[in-house]
Design a protein around this ligand. Structure first.
Ligand code: AMP
Length: 217
């Protein structure tokens, strides 16, 4: 199954896409994670993306489309994929469609996770990740608080906040999302593949809504 996950930053799309990828044995490609890895290694891609990411703006289409095309060439999209955070613009959506058509595939479902803006800001402001193993935590959620403050449960590495989870940048990222999502949602709705899921509640509750919506239960 080929899926795209759409949702505001903090909507839980990364968590849900990761869980679903395990369940479906599909590749999970999160463009935000790929870009952050590129920034931390100082690669050419990272240098092109960093300033946009720090400001909460989208990286230019040609940069991000180039990244996905490269992943496809490397065979990372063979055998089913879940794209998380891509597409975010119409040119990205049409480039993806073209890329899939070239290998006789298509997008089976576009899952849109809907969460209220206030909840998004609350979730993002509590988010922490481990600088060593990248494990994610949230100090506002009972099930995902680290056991010791500022320390990773898994590897004892130091926890930090993402640079773009700063209050001003969060607001910009949410605005950017709201301004881009309508045409993308329409694009997938017109192809009868849009699945809108309420993203409120616990990760388990959201996962079971998604599974039901995809007919996996
Ligand atoms: P995320 O982790 O999905 O919230 O993405 C973090 C940042 O990476 C975004 O704020 C953008 O700057 C950049 N980014 C991730 N995916 C895309 C995309 N599909 N198009 C443009 N920029 C992206």
């Amino acid at each position: 199954m080929n899926l795209v996950f759409l949702g505001a930053p903090g909507s839980g799309k990364g968590t849900q896409a990761g869980r679903l990828a395990l369940r479906l044995a599909a590749s999970h490609l999160a463009t935000g994670d790929l870009l952050r890895a590129a920034v931390s290694t100082g690669s050419n891609l990272g240098r092109q993306a960093e300033a946009f990411m720090n400001a909460g703006e989208l990286v230019p289409d040609e940069v991000i489309i180039g990244l996905i095309v490269e992943k496809q060439r490397m065979g990372e999209l063979n055998g089913g994929f879940i794209l998380d955070g891509f597409p975010r613009t119409l040119p990205q959506a049409t480039a993806l469609e073209k890329m899939c058509a070239e290998v006789g595939a298509g997008i089976d479902r576009a899952v849109l996770l809907e969460v209220e803006d206030d909840e998004i800001v609350r979730r993002l402001s509590g988010r922490l990740y481990c600088t060593r193993c990248q494990a994610g935590y949230n100090v506002h959620h009972d099930g995902s608080r680290p056991q010791a403050e500022g320390v990773c449960d898994r590897c004892h590495g130091p926890l930090t906040r993402r640079g773009d989870d700063d209050a001003g940048v969060i607001r910009n990222r949410v605005q950017v999302f709201r301004s881009q999502i309508r045409p993308i949602a329409e694009y997938y709705r017109s192809q009868s593949v849009l699945l809108t899921i309420a993203g409120n509640g616990t990760p388990d509750e959201v996962f079971s809504r998604i599974s039901e919506g995809l007919g996996l239960e």
